[in-house]
Design a protein around this ligand. Structure first.
Ligand SMILES: *Cc1c(COP(=O)(O)O)cnc(C)c1O
Length: 417
């Protein structure tokens, strides 16, 4: 099988196994799709890639090349953006517990927008920003009381979320805005909300827009920017039916327009922050089949990776699909449980993969691992980090080298007493 016209077995011959592979063309197409669909003649639109889904210099440079903005949530993500040469004015800095060092770092790098999460952060930031020589745009993260995942969304849910300030707390929000506006280098521009992930029901986004706009209309403060977060879905298995990008963008734009009219709002910029939907489907993990084992009820395939490179099945029962390289067109004949090599019974990649007959040394390609795979990887069992390869139109490039055993101990000191 090929990924952007590169043979998977050639990748393994060149870079080893296991590895993460991205179809760079697909990432570019996704970013373009969001940019082209999120457009309005009435307000400015910004597509911000939520980099926590997959963050490395090459990915950030791709975001820059595609003329999108970047969402960073930690000093490490800020540092990587800076090291990648990203235009820091286009960075949106998030987080519910940014440290003083991280806030100082953001101001030193002249990050364009900081999304303030809470009152204590507003107080600290207004102190730190006293002596800077530029103006930071400030959005306040609010919790609209909507939580959405896959097919379900719940209104008035999760008012105790650790993220943002509940839109029910109007006086607290007004106090926070005053603190921001009292600092001449901070400009309060609007609100941010993010209601969940892998959302398949466009009504959830309409509810989000409605709730945030209604709240803004009652606030009595000038608001120019609204950021509705991410959460757009990806296809992991054929059970997944995400909303197409054009429809999700049209839905958001229409909902915002309706609310602008209804409440006579002065919104002149809206933002979205897709993460998963940009990179998930573009990424695959290539493993080599090792030992196989039959138990009374299962046929196991063991692969040369596992929960150390993909924690999502263990963490939230995430489902994946896979193919065996070279057998894509053969009839499936056997149910396999695909497990990794880590010392955990929960180290399963796919509980039930219906595949053609597999044998040792087959290459197993697990699809849609591009989001929250590499970024949530661990060194459990001293597993080496996998290389990350970008493929585009018949060419491949290693954007993150795989770790070797020396890398694994490079930070370690010998016991001295
Ligand atoms: C995680 C996150 C996103 C991206 O979510 P996806 O489901 O990957 O699209 C966007 N904005 C914020 C604030 C987030 O925390």
């Amino acid at each position: 099988m090929k990924i952007s016209n590169v043979e998977v077995k050639d990748l393994v011959n060149t870079y080893g196994s296991p590895l993460y592979v991205y179809n760079q063309r697909m990432i570019e197409d996704k970013l373009n799709a969001f940019k082209n669909c999120l457009k309005s003649s009435e307000f400015e639109c910004d597509v911000i890639y939520a980099s926590k889904a997959f963050n490395c210099k090459a990915m950030i440079q791709l975001v820059s090349k595609m003329d999108c903005s970047l969402d960073a949530v930690s000093g490490g993500e800020l540092y990587t953006a800076y090291a990648a040469g990203f235009d820091m004015a286009r960075v949106y800095f998030h987080g519910n517990n940014k440290s003083m060092d991280e806030l100082k770092m953001a101001l030193k790098y002249k990050v364009g927008t900081i999304i303030v999460d809470n009152l204590m952060e507003a107080q600290l930031l207004s102190e730190l920003a006293k002596n800077i020589d530029y103006t930071v745009s400030i959005l306040l993260r609010v919790n609209p009381g909507i939580e959405a995942h896959t097919h379900e969304y719940i209104v008035t849910a999760n008012i105790d979320s650790k993220f943002g300030i509940s839109i029910e707390k109007k006086s607290g929000i007004l106090e926070l805005i005053q603190i921001i506006n009292a600092c001449p280098n901070l400009s309060f521009d609007g609100f941010h909300a993010h209601i969940g992930s892998q959302i398949f029901d466009k009504e959830a986004f309409v509810q989000e827009v409605n709730k945030v706009c209604e709240f803004v209309s009652n606030l009595g403060v000038d608001v120019s920017t609204l950021n509705f977060g991410g959460g757009f879905g990806a296809v992991y298995t054929d059970e997944d039916t995400p909303i197409p990008v054009d429809i999700v963008c049209d839905t958001l734009i229409e909902a915002v327009k309706c609310n602008i009219e209804k409440y006579a709002l002065n919104i002149n910029k809206i933002c979205i922050e897709p993460g998963r939907s940009i990179v998930a489907e573009a990424g695959s993990t290539v493993y080599t089949v090792g030992f196989m084992k039959e138990t009374p009820h299962k046929n196991y395939i063991f692969v040369d990776g596992g929960m150390s490179d993909n924690i999502r099945p263990a963490l939230y029962q995430a489902k994946y699909s896979c193919v065996i390289d070279g057998k894509e067109n053969e009839m499936a004949s056997k149910h396999y449980k695909v497990a990794g090599k880590c010392c955990e019974s929960g180290d399963v990649i796919i509980e039930d993969a219906y595949l053609p007959e597999a044998k040792p040394n087959d290459l197993l390609v697990v699809k849609t691992t591009g989001a929250y795979g590499y970024s949530m990887a661990s060194h459990y069992n001293k597993a080496c980090g996998l290389p990350v390869i970008f493929c585009k139109d018949g060419n491949s490039q290693c954007v993150i080298r795989g770790e070797n055993y020396e890398d694994l101990i490079r930070l370690e000191n010998d016991l001295c007493a």
